[in-house]
Structures are given as structure tokens and as C-alpha cells.
Design a protein around this ligand. Structure first.
Ligand SMILES: *Cc1c(COP(=O)(O)O)cnc(C)c1O
Length: 477
């Protein structure tokens, strides 16, 4: 890798013939860098980060708001006036109640895929009518609750549709209902986030023998099936492939409505999956670029004949989060400098277990939280967990990190600090939102308090300490 701190080398340039992203993207990136640098400094100064709080997650509130606004504007630009559009944030990407509330205020809904995610969305005050349930393993009780609340449901498979049939016969239902299909257009560069491969576990595999005809008939027999859903992948899927997935879904809706002879499908859920640029602070690709590409390739989608639902997750949050960890020790082994920090597998699970697919940029700050600018040295940035692969970055050229410095893992607002992994019983770090305080400084708000040791004990069976010694204990003589 020529530039180890730009490991993807993938800052996704516009392909020829497309509108380039409006200039200002670079300025945007620079402003993000500046806000983050100020926040790290302020977090140290205000004691949120330091020897007794050696790892935190920081969330850039202005950045989150800007992404939500950019998403709304991008779809507004291409849809016919009056088209109903619901941007349902994929809660999975950042399951934190204050984040969901912020997005609600920005006009977004929620896409949920488990009872826990639904509970979070409800705790954030999201209306059932602005919530979509998509999980691949919904129980009858979950389906019944969703239908009673009026939450939109996309059935994943024929057996789930059987369950919906039964509920429709027995209960009142106010929910818009649809089927999730898998257009089987192929995967991207990361297998685990490719959802439109031939053998993906999600949705009805459209190209399997007889499947398409089955879907068409399923709609023809059920006037209450009014939606069609596809989510063809997350990080690693090229835009062109995402567009093809949407185009196939649109074509299927058209075919179904033609077959039935009326526009029974009135809403298309095009999923999320816009990839994120982990190579620099620039937002690329943008929602505007994706929307224009869709408008060019699938113009009927925006004609006003269909309401639209999107389900973006990573692209709304990733670039606005930063994990900042104190360097507890700076050591060296085999000639390799190693910064031993407090951020590793517990906050960056994917990166640690699959570093080639999920590399993160690391920014170096000194003990006062100021960016380090010394000439780079190849080093490892290690986490606190007790296995040798617990590395945030391996062989990375960075300004030398010294004891008491801070290493920041960038672009970690989605699928990182909110996805704690309890290895070594490491505590969930505190998460704090930041914004300008109006006085040239930075103000913080607690999004999630750091996990206490008492909570770790309680969540680890602390109330059942004697459970196993009394169960089937040998009779004492
Ligand atoms: C994960 C997921 C999303 C969000 O994907 P991102 O890559 O985070 O945008 C949307 N819809 C469904 C059904 C998902 O499973």
C-alpha cells in the first residue's frame, strides 16, 4: 500500500459522464477535520478523555445533521413534486437513542430489524408510521405487534408471507406490507456485506427457478401487498451495482402492476447501502451523485407513480464518529514501534478481525489533544485486548505516538463504538455528541454513559453467582 493511512486508495472519484460532485466536497472535508480536532482538544481539556477515561466515542452533531439534510435534498432534487419519501435510518448502523432522536428531528424515520432496535426507535419517539421492520427472522409475536402498531413490514420469504396471511385473517392491520426480493445481481468487494449474491440469505431470490412467477402471483392474490423492497448490499458494493439492483426491483414492480392491471404496488423501498469513503475526510460518493445516477438509469422511479423509502445507515453516520484512545504505553518489539492504546477489538471488531476489508484511518494527537505533525514512522496501533491480533492498524506510517498521546480511529460513527464487543470484559466507552458552544469552544452532551464495573458484573450473571455450584451438586457425605 503506497499510502498506508489511505489504505483503501478508494476515495471514489466520479466516473466519466456523471455529474462530478459539486466542488465544496473538499472544503466540507476540511471543515470536518477542523471540528474533530477542536473536539479532541476540548474533550481532553474538559476531562472527558484522560487517564481515568482512556477511550471515548465522539459524535459530530453538525455533521450528522448535514448528512441528513444532504439525503433529503438529493431525493428532493430528483423526485416529482408531492412524491411521498420516507428516509428510514437503518438503526443497526448506530443503535443509540439520542442519535435516533436527532435523526427524527431531521425528518428521518427508522428501519429496524429486531425487537431491540424497535424498542430503541420507540424510545426515541419515532412514530410507527415512520418505521419499517425488515429482519430476516421475525417471530409470529413480532409480526403481530408490528401489524397492531401499523409498522411497515417487508416479508422475507414465503413462510413469512404465510404468517402474514394468517394475521391478515385474524387481526386488524394498519401496516403497509411488502415482500423483500433479492435481485441476485452479485456481490461487492466485501462478502459479509453483500446481500444480492446468488445464495444470499435475504429475501426471495428472484432468479431462482419459478421465483419471479411466484412473487408476481403472490401480489396478484393479495391486494394488501402494496410495497416491494430490495437492499442489495452495504459497504463494498459499487454504485453501478446498487443502481442495477434498484432498476431490477423497479422493473419487477412494473411487471406486477401490469399483470394485476392496476398500480397495486404504490411504494418502492430501495434499501440503503451507499458506501462510505474511509480514505479521507471527504464525503464520497454523495447522496446527490447516487440520486442523479438513479434518475438517469431508472427515471420511472421518480415519476411520482411510486412513493419511496430509503434505508441508509453507514452513510448517514460513519464519517461523524471518532473513537479516541489514550496511548497507555509506547513500546517496541522486533524493531517495530507499538502504541498500546485503549481502543481495539471491543470498539472496532470488524477492523480487528478483518483488517483488509475494514481498515480505518488513524489520527495522532498529543497529550493535550493537539494534532501531531511530526514526520511519520511505521508503527502498530494496538488495542487493550489479550490476543496478539488486537490491532487497530498494523505497520501504519503515523507521527510517532508517545505515552499519554491519543490515537483516533476515524469514520467510526457507524458499526463501531455503538457495536461493543465484550472481549476481556472491556467496558463500553462513553459516547459524547459535540457541537460549537457558540463561544468559540466545543460543548459536549452524553449520548451513552461509560459502562461501570458494577454493570459489567450484573450483565455477567453477578446476581446468580451461586447458580452452578448448587445445581446438581454432589451430595455431601
Ligand atoms: C444493514 C441494512 C441497511 C443499511 O445498510 P447501510 O450499508 O448501513 O446503509 C438497510 N436495509 C437493510 C435491510 C439492511 O439490512
Amino acid at each position: 500500500m503506497s499510502d498506508p493511512n489511505d489504505p483503501h486508495g478508494q476515495s471514489d472519484r466520479p466516473s466519466p459522464g456523471l455529474h462530478p460532485d459539486p466542488s465544496g466536497a473538499a472544503a466540507d472535508g476540511a471543515a470536518r477535520t477542523r471540528r474533530r480536532d477542536l473536539a479532541v482538544r476540548a474533550a481532553v481539556e474538559q476531562g472527558l478523555l484522560g487517564p481515568s477515561a482512556p477511550v471515548v466515542g465522539l459524535l459530530d452533531v453538525a455533521g450528522v445533521r448535514a448528512s441528513a439534510a444532504a439525503l433529503r435534498a438529493a431525493l428532493d432534487e430528483v423526485t416529482a413534486p408531492g412524491t411521498p419519501v420516507l428516509h428510514a435510518f437503518a438503526v443497526k448502523a448506530c443503535p443509540l437513542v439520542p442519535v435516533l432522536r436527532l435523526l427524527r428531528e431531521e425528518g428521518l424515520g427508522a428501519e429496524v430489524a429486531s425487537p431491540g432496535e424497535l424498542a430503541l426507535a420507540r424510545a426515541a419517539g419515532l412514530a410507527p408510521a415512520r418505521t419499517v421492520l425488515d429482519s430476516p427472522a421475525k417471530t409470529p409475536a413480532e409480526l403481530r405487534e408490528a401489524l397492531a402498531l401499523g409498522i411497515a413490514v417487508n416479508a422475507d420469504n414465503p413462510q413469512e408471507l404465510d404468517r402474514l396471511d394468517a394475521l391478515m385473517r385474524s387481526a386488524a392491520c394498519r401496516s403497509p406490507l411488502g415482500i423483500r426480493v433479492n435481485p441476485q445481481i452479485g456481490g461487492g468487494s466485501i462478502g459479509s456485506t453483500s446481500t444480492a449474491t446468488a445464495t444470499s440469505k435475504f429475501g426471495v431470490a428472484l432468479r431462482d427457478e419459478g421465483a419471479r412467477a411466484w412473487v408476481v402471483e403472490a401480489y396478484a392474490q393479495r391486494p394488501w401487498l402494496t410495497r416491494l423492497h430490495a437492499h442489495t448490499g452495504s459497504q463494498g458494493i459499487p454504485l453501478e451495482l446498487m443502481v442495477r439492483g434498484v432498476a431490477e426491483t423497479y422493473a419487477l414492480a412494473e411487471e406486477i402492476n401490469r399483470r394485476i392491471g392496476r398500480p397495486q404496488i404504490d411504494t418502492l423501498d430501495i434499501g440503503g447501502g451507499l458506501p462510505v469513503n474511509f480514505g479521507s475526510d471527504e464525503t464520497a460518493p454523495t447522496y446527490a451523485r447516487y440520486a442523479r445516477l438513479l434518475a438517469r438509469e431508472v427515471p420511472g422511479l421518480f415519476s411520482g407513480r411510486y412513493g419511496l423509502i430509503t434505508e441508509f445507515g453507514r452513510s448517514l453516520l460513519a464519517k461523524h464518529g471518532t473513537v479516541v484512545a489514550r496511548v497507555e504505553y509506547a513500546k517496541s518489539a522486533g524493531g517495530r514501534p507499538i502504541a498500546v492504546t485503549h481502543a481495539g477489538v471491543q470498539v472496532a471488531t470488524r477492523t480487528v478481525y478483518a483488517p483488509d476489508a475494514w481498515p480505518l484511518r488513524i489520527a495522532a494527537y498529543d497529550a493535550a489533544g493537539r494534532p501531531r505533525t511530526d514526520p511519520p514512522v511505521v508503527q502498530d496501533v494496538a488495542g487493550p485486548a489479550c490476543f496478539s491480533g488486537d490491532l487497530l492498524a498494523e505497520g501504519r506510517a503515523l507521527p510517532p505516538l508517545a505515552q499519554g498521546d491519543y490515537a483516533a480511529a476515524l469514520d467510526t460513527g457507524a458499526y463501531y463504538f455503538a457495536h461493543h464487543y465484550g472481549y476481556n470484559s472491556l467496558a463500553r466507552p462513553g459516547v459524547y455528541g459535540f457541537a460549537p458552544d457558540g463561544d468559540g469552544g466545543t460543548a459536549f452532551a452524553t449520548v451513552r454513559a461509560p459502562q461501570s464495573l458494577a454493570e459489567i458484573v450484573a450483565e455477567s450473571g453477578g446476581a446468580h453467582a451461586g447458580a452452578l455450584t448448587t445445581l446438581g451438586a454432589p451430595e455431601r457425605r
